[in-house]
Design a protein around this ligand. Sequence first.
Ligand SMILES: Cc1cc2nc3c(=O)[nH]c(=O)nc-3n(C[C@H](O)[C@H](O)[C@H](O)COP(=O)(O)OP(=O)(O)OC[C@H]3O[C@@H](n4cnc5c(N)ncnc54)[C@H](O)[C@@H]3O)c2cc1C
Ligand code: SF4
Length: 562
Amino acid sequence: MTDNTTYDAIVIGSGITGGWAAKELTEKGLKTLVLEAGRPIVPEEDYVEHVPPWEMKFRGTRDRRRQMEDQPIQSTCYACDEWSAKFFVSDREHPYTTEPGKPFRWIRGRQVGGRSIVWGRQVYRWSDLDFEANLREGIAVDWPIRYADLAPWYDYVEDFIGITGEALGLPHLPDSKFLPPMEMNCAELVVRDAIAKHFGPERTMTIGRAAILTRDHRGRSACHYCGPCERGCITRSYFSSVNATLPAAEKTGRMTLRPYSVVHSLAFNSRTRRATSVRVIDGKSRAALEFHARAIFLCASTLESVRILLNSSTPEFPNGLANSSGELGHNLMDHVKTGGASATIPGNEERIIIGRRPNGIYVPRFRNLKTRQAGFLRGYGFEGGGQRDGWERGISQTGFGAEFKKSISQPGPWRFRFGGYGECLPNHGNYVELDQEKVDAWGIPVLKIHCAWSENELAMRKDMSISAAEMLAAAGARDIEPFADNEPPGFAIHEMGTARMGREPKTSVLNSFNQTHDVKNLFITDGGAMTSSSCVNPSLTYMALTARACDYAVQQLKKGEL
Ligand SMILES: Cc1cc2nc3c(=O)[nH]c(=O)nc-3n(C[C@H](O)[C@H](O)[C@H](O)COP(=O)(O)OP(=O)(O)OC[C@H]3O[C@@H](n4cnc5c(N)ncnc54)[C@H](O)[C@@H]3O)c2cc1C
Ligand code: SF4
């Protein structure tokens, strides 16, 4: 079936980047179709952040047998619990393959809002330390933009989404436009002050920067600290597409949002050298559909967007649409994590935590800033925080009888944990391709992912455990347990880089405005665009790049250039 409407724009995906593209394009006057593979979300029915464990069938411990059968990969993510499993894909319906001995964890959400419903909401700006790193070190290709190009778009995005945080004035972690910061608890204050005393000004600990409202903002309410944000937020206090950008697009009257629209591929006209239509499989009826537009925005997430292009080869582009460079699908990056330390912070036994602050602390990068660190390039930051052990420690603590029961009914000691997030170097050898022997539940060829950490990331992870333990020791912590666990790429859920930006069409897929070098009316604004990975959470940068790309595309459309 063909829809005869020609839309001004089609946006593929309605997650963090698709929501932004929908908002920007419609607000700038474009009649826009949003094609979303997953189901619609109705907050009043789907959000479950206030449902207590005793109302859940498995009391919050989840149906482990079903999850092992249906979500063996997704359920390795902390957020995929009995409440939120419905916001993650079925691994059976959405398979992918890897090379033996090279696992990759691909965590996905397929519904209106994508992973914006379950994300951790940590948001940090990049700086020129990041944008200039490839050029400085002669690695991969240079970014075609610098911080000054993106700074106004960070401002623009932050003004809309609302970010809580503390201004620090650090050149390598520029401040956002902040709402009031959340407060640190007493254990965190002990560690913060010890770091300032022993490592300042080299190391700093601040409260996390998060896309959560600490006061009412643009029609959304301040957070009431209920805690489990990955289950939804009926007060719309954290940013998600469903809570913020899609309603803004809807308000324009120019958005058509079509759930259950699984994009198979794009059609290309070799005469006009433009992408002309989007081929869709209806998620419920399995009917083949086709939709036309003057401009197409791929926002299906880093790997899904590439998969669509690899499935769209033509005689001119036998290795995937817009892939004259041969870089499409290559340079896959994630952040290296699972290095850090945890410990007990003595004292403050008379104090308890009130409320469930949905945010932790952050230690900005301190390696390879002014002095060269032996063993690895670039750096890492720490997330984490302090909390008081609760009665749940009775699950792991051994004991029995009245004394045991009495001891676990009292709050336990204050504990603190640092977990690193480190930059991953771009590497042509980390790539995805189509696996022609396997298809998903809609008959679409799946990805084969080839990805492994390099020595640089492994050295960084080891250093995380040492520097975290050092800081805890400086804070007088007891029982310090450093860790450097061997988790595969994908675990940070920050996959990026498979359609990188660059100055040269020969070595990159996108130009500085996220427009493919080869097909002028085709834009990719998800994490595929990233030329390097920084060490900070990436989604704020995806949002800023998307808003900037939309602005450019609308100008080009008006000039008749697309
Ligand atoms: C538990 C968790 C915690 C996270 N924490 C953070 C954090 O603190 N900070 C941070 O910066 N990032 C975080 N992330 C990562 C963040 O969620 C992603 O970077 C972000 O969602 C990417 O946005 P996106 O629009 O590219 O993709 P998504 O948000 O995943 O949206 C993609 C959309 O495209 C749709 N789609 C896919 N394929 C097709 C197709 N063929 N046809 C039609 N539609 C399609 C999907 O259904 C989905 O709705 C976290 C992720 C998870 C899972
Ligand atoms: S803790 Fe705040 S942001 Fe999270 S779900 Fe509750 S109200 Fe929403």
